[in-house]
Write a protein that binds this ligand. Structure first.
Ligand SMILES: NC(=O)c1ccc[n+]([C@@H]2O[C@H](COP(=O)([O-])OP(=O)(O)OC[C@H]3O[C@@H](n4cnc5c(N)ncnc54)[C@H](OP(=O)(O)O)[C@@H]3O)[C@@H](O)[C@H]2O)c1
Length: 382
């Protein structure tokens, strides 16, 4: 029998090989990007990285009746205001089209990202793939002088929002339209009723909810079938396992984890010395204070250990673990980086035995996390 040092050393070597291969393949994407320039026409879209593994569309998953690739692409940070300065629009168009080439069919945006500009980038990037991909967007806010000014899910604001989303996304119907946040001034039945009318009018195909309680999900579903619920869920942030995910399972609703890498924490990118620029959203996230990061490093140690055991990267292990929880879970990691995109999509090949999943659960139960949501937060709309 091999001792643990031998196993570790073999694992380290094969993981290095794996990362080396990934980097080489990634370099191929970068090279083809340079040759093709950053134009946004259909020819470019079709020639990007013809050697793509297309691994993301193995094992398509179902969100309710909606079929999507097992991993989607979050397009929030493709515009300013989130984790990074605004990247070049042309590069984000290329990033989205590279995702299509790699088999991703599920793209996530929202009216409020920008506001409006993320939808514009997604609309331009996916125009050549109309009807072949699923675009999810979200409504539920007011805007003044180009900035968000509070929640608003009144029927007239949903109708206004959908017209704008359709125009920016360059489509005839939004595939999946989520209420982004609950509006305390508008009963959920009225929101669901308005979406139902818009579905009947052919402007929306599927209804989604984001960051809602099990009770709200049930009330909405009774008026208009909910296809997907989207909330934060990762190895770090697991509170929704109590209540929300079981409700989705019971009602046949898909579940879409946002923040599936815990905003890159699970990529093993940070430690207690990490500091975030004021413009970086992480600066105000409770699990990114130096104290919380330090307290949560045992989770990173666990992620590292399992990444080695599975011969994958920390992010691939973390996304693979999410996929292994339920067949109706479809994470949407957000990335502006083509190497990260390829790495993330590799998570579809990570497999776990039932015993391994139990072992991971037992280890997770030993880790006291800091800065994460409280258990009762799951019962209220966020
Ligand atoms: N419904 C909601 O309320 C809500 C809230 C937030 C987000 N969302 C949606 O969910 C999507 C994902 O959530 P999120 O962006 O907050 O969290 P996330 O996907 O967990 O994290 C995104 C961050 O992780 C980094 N990253 C991604 N892959 C990486 C890798 N392989 N290695 C290292 N770093 C990596 C990205 O940087 P790089 O760009 O450098 O890769 C980015 O800074 C968003 O794009 C958005 O569409 C929804």
């Amino acid at each position: 029998m091999k001792n643990s040092e031998e196993i570790k050393s073999k694992d380290s070597v094969s993981r290095r090989n794996f990362i080396g291969k990934t980097m080489l393949a990634g370099a191929g994407i970068a090279a083809s990007s340079m040759i093709l320039g950053t134009g946004s026409n259909q020819a470019d879209a079709q020639t990007i990285d013809s050697k793509s593994t297309k691994s993301a569309n193995k094992n398509f998953r179902k969100l309710g009746s909606l079929e999507v690739s097992p991993i989607g692409l979050g397009c929030m940070s493709m515009v300013a205001g989130f984790y990074n300065p605004a990247p070049l629009r042309s590069e984000m168009i290329r990033q989205i089209r590279t995702a299509v080439e790699r088999g991703v069919t599920f793209f996530d945006t929202a009216e409020v990202y920008g506001p409006f500009t993320s939808e514009e980038v997604v609309g331009e990037a996916l125009e050549p793939f109309k009807g072949k991909v699923v675009i999810a967007s979200k409504f539920g806010f007011n805007y003044e002088n180009g900035r968000t000014s509070g929640r608003n899910s009144r029927p007239e604001n949903i109708r206004r929002a959908v017209e704008g989303s359709l125009k920016r996304l360059r489509i005839d119907a939004v595939d999946l339209y989520y209420q982004h946040r609950a509006d305390p001034n508008v009963p959920i039945e009225d929101v669901a009723g308005t979406v139902k009318e818009l579905i009947q009018a052919g402007k929306i195909k599927h209804f989604g909810l984001s960051e809602m309680s099990p009770e709200t999900i049930r009330k909405a579903h009774a008026v208009q079938k909910v296809t997907a619920v989207q909330s934060e869920y990762s190895l770090l942030e697991r509170v929704l396992e109590n209540g929300v995910i079981p409700t989705c399972e019971e009602l046949g609703i898909g579940f879409v984890p946002w923040g599936p890498t815990a905003r890159a924490f699970l990529a093993d990118r940070f430690n207690e010395y990490s500091r975030f620029a004021q413009e970086d959203r992480r600066a105000s996230v409770s699990y990114f204070t130096p104290e919380a990061i330090k307290a949560n490093l045992p989770l990173i140690a666990l992620v590292r250990e399992w990444a080695l055991r599975k011969d994958v990267t920390p992010v691939q292990f973390s996304l693979g673990w999410l996929l292994a929880q339920k067949p109706f879970i479809v994470p949407i990691p957000g990335t502006t980086n083509p190497y990260h995109l390829k790495e993330n999509l590799g998570a579809v090949d990570v497999r776990f035995t039932a015993d391994e999943l139990k072992e991971i659960r037992a280890s997770l139960a030993q880790i006291k996390l800091q800065g994460v949501r409280s258990p009762d937060s799951v019962l209220v709309n966020q």
